[in-house]
Design a protein around this ligand. Structure first.
Ligand SMILES: O=C(O)c1ccccc1N[C@@H]1O[C@H](COP(=O)(O)O)[C@@H](O)[C@H]1O
Length: 209
């Protein structure tokens, strides 16, 4: 998210999380103010790419963030330091997936991240706008809930419904804690199409009940 009016409009749809990107090279780089009248249940999330602990603490404090999404090569040791520094902040550690994925990479983070997030590997650290083959997640060995991300847009609605409900994915979709959407719902970088988000959310939730 980037612009106050759009932040308010999307907040009115009551997403569980809302992301603010603190990666200088991103067209979504956030440097404004987050409206202070958002519904309290929305978890404001800072998205970082190899930022220092000091920088993350500064943003968490300044913007009253509830969660951090670590989208770079942050190590498990880094996550542990961050946890010690900010014990109440949720840590979402991102892993980029392409044609294959070595799930052994997750092991060191089992005790230091609250959630994993699977995004598509691309030219940019995130926001590439492409999906990966979710079948790869069938080998997910962890019991940790994860965010499904990467290129999910209105056109993926049925695919997401299928992932969440098809018996084929039963074991892995049970741990899918959140669907993360970004560039495919934008009218311009950082500005989300509220109507399309509303429709997407209602279709996913409707199927989920
Ligand atoms: O969106 C960005 O510009 C970005 C920059 C640096 C790190 C992460 C970024 N976005 C995150 O990438 C995923 C997937 O986005 P998309 O659906 O493929 O556009 C999402 O978590 C964004 O928050």
């Amino acid at each position: 998210m980037k612009y106050p009016e759009n932040i308010r409009a999307v907040a009115s749809l009551h997403p569980d999380y809302m992301g603010f990107i603190f990666h200088g090279k991103s067209p979504r780089y956030f440097k404004g103010e987050i409206p202070d009248d958002l519904p309290v249940a929305i978890r404001k999330t800072g998205v970082f790419v190899n930022s220092s602990i000091v920088e993350i603490i500064e943003k968490v404090t300044r913007y009253h963030l509830h969660a951090v999404q670590l989208h770079g090569g942050e190590t498990a040791e880094f996550c542990r330091e961050l946890r010690d520094a900010l014990p109440r902040i949720e840590i979402i550690k991102v892993f980029s997936v392409k044609d294959e994925f070595d799930f052994a990479q997750l092991l060191p983070f089992e005790n230091t991240a609250d959630y994993f997030l699977f995004d598509t590997k691309g030219k940019q650290p995130g926001g590439n706008g492409y999906t990966f083959d979710w079948k790869l997640l069938k080998n997910y060995p962890s019991g940790k809930p994860y965010f499904l991300s990467g290129g999910i847009g209105p056109k993926e609605t049925e695919k997401v419904q299928d992932f969440l409900h098809n018996q084929e994915y039963r074991n892995v979709s049970a741990l899918c804690y959140a669907i993360d959407v970004n560039s495919r719902f934008e009218t311009e970088p950082g500005s989300k199409n509220t109507e399309k988000l509303k429709e997407f959310k209602s279709k996913i939730l409707c199927q989920h009940q």
